[in-house]
Design a protein around this ligand. Sequence first.
Ligand code: NAG
Ligand code: NAG
Ligand code: NAG
Ligand code: NAG
Ligand code: NAG
Ligand code: NAG
Length: 313
Amino acid sequence: MIHSGISASVMSRGMESFLWFLQIVMVVVLILLHHTHQTCDTINNNQIYCTPSSCGKITNIKHPFRLKNDPTSCGDPRYELSCENNMTVLPLFSGKYYVKSIDYKFYTIRLVDPGIQEGNCSSVPRYFLTTSNFTSSYNYSYRGDPYEVGSPPWVGHVLYLNCSKPVKNDPMYVDTSPCIKWNSKGHVYAIANDFNTGRLNVGCQVKLVATSSDSSLFKNFVNNISQPFSYAEIHGILNYGFDLTWVRRACEDFCDTNLQNCQFNGEIGGLECELDYCRTPLGKFVNCEHLSKVRIFMEDIILGIVKGNILSF
Ligand SMILES: *[C@@H]1O[C@H](CO)[C@@H](O)[C@H](O)[C@H]1NC(C)=O
Ligand SMILES: *[C@@H]1O[C@H](CO)[C@@H](O)[C@H](O)[C@H]1NC(C)=O
Ligand SMILES: *[C@@H]1O[C@H](CO)[C@@H](O)[C@H](O)[C@H]1NC(C)=O
Ligand SMILES: *[C@@H]1O[C@H](CO)[C@@H](O)[C@H](O)[C@H]1NC(C)=O
Ligand SMILES: *[C@@H]1O[C@H](CO)[C@@H](O)[C@H](O)[C@H]1NC(C)=O
Ligand SMILES: *[C@@H]1O[C@H](CO)[C@@H](O)[C@H](O)[C@H]1NC(C)=O
């Protein structure tokens, strides 16, 4: 009895120091893990340097963009542009749009439908495009669109309608004649506004929708007036083009990969990573991205040992 009592006490002493040793090992491992994360962050932020490419008026094609035939290590293949007859071309869904400008400060790109010719009011958009083509515009958890509609940059719509009868008393319906003649029977109208379907006249069909970010498109809305446009003005609104944002891609470079929240902050004029904070079992607040299952498990073990010690002695 006495003998076994002594050996039990010796064993618990041995166990005690072993547990202390285990705790020290855990703490060291945690510190090492933390350092590994920091090293990864700096690697992520390093980008391979490539000289900017140019095509026609666009002379600043650089990361994440790349021009077809650029070295493969330059830019991101999802942001590949091509050069066709000195026009920079961007594939967007089933269409191909001309690039008017790329803004690396605000992470936007301005596109114009290739059907629109400046000063030729008979030229109409080639593609049907609304903000609903961008899944991310209605499904906020969808991250598959390389380009997204922002807020700002705003994107509004221009609609073309074919009406069986003339629309007389609605200033929103802008007569497109003599510029556009689709059919001798129908009357083609354009509406430059975000459309309220309640105002779709009987006998009119939406034939084409195009997008624009021209500020005059939003003046009526902001000032709550309905100043009618002329068709020449609507054509100019389309010729201005529309802005899309690639800020989500920029965030991948700027913040940790897979970081949930990053946005352009107009006040600081740059990107801002919004860290999601999580609480570890030991009560430390850390960026959720740095909180691994392994760390939670190990901290639980440490807590378990502490609790076990308190309970058994
Ligand atoms: C493109 O522009 C360059 C320089 O402005 C000119 O030399 C060339 O002929 C143009 N190519 C086409 C296809 O228009
Ligand atoms: C946008 O979506 C509409 C409806 O699904 C489709 O007909 C159109 O081709 C799409 N636009 C582009 C540019 O792919
Ligand atoms: C204007 O656009 C129309 C429709 O695309 C086209 O048929 C016509 O040739 C263009 N006019 C000029 C001067 O380019
Ligand atoms: C929204 O996007 C997420 C992520 O791609 C997807 O799992 C989900 O099914 C989408 N929901 C709808 C309604 O499209
Ligand atoms: C426009 O409407 C007229 C009359 O409703 C119709 O005959 C014509 O085919 C339509 N044109 C187009 C391009 O839809
Ligand atoms: C906008 O103007 C209309 C009349 O022109 C008015 O009835 C409406 O209340 C106004 N809306 C706002 C938000 O001011």
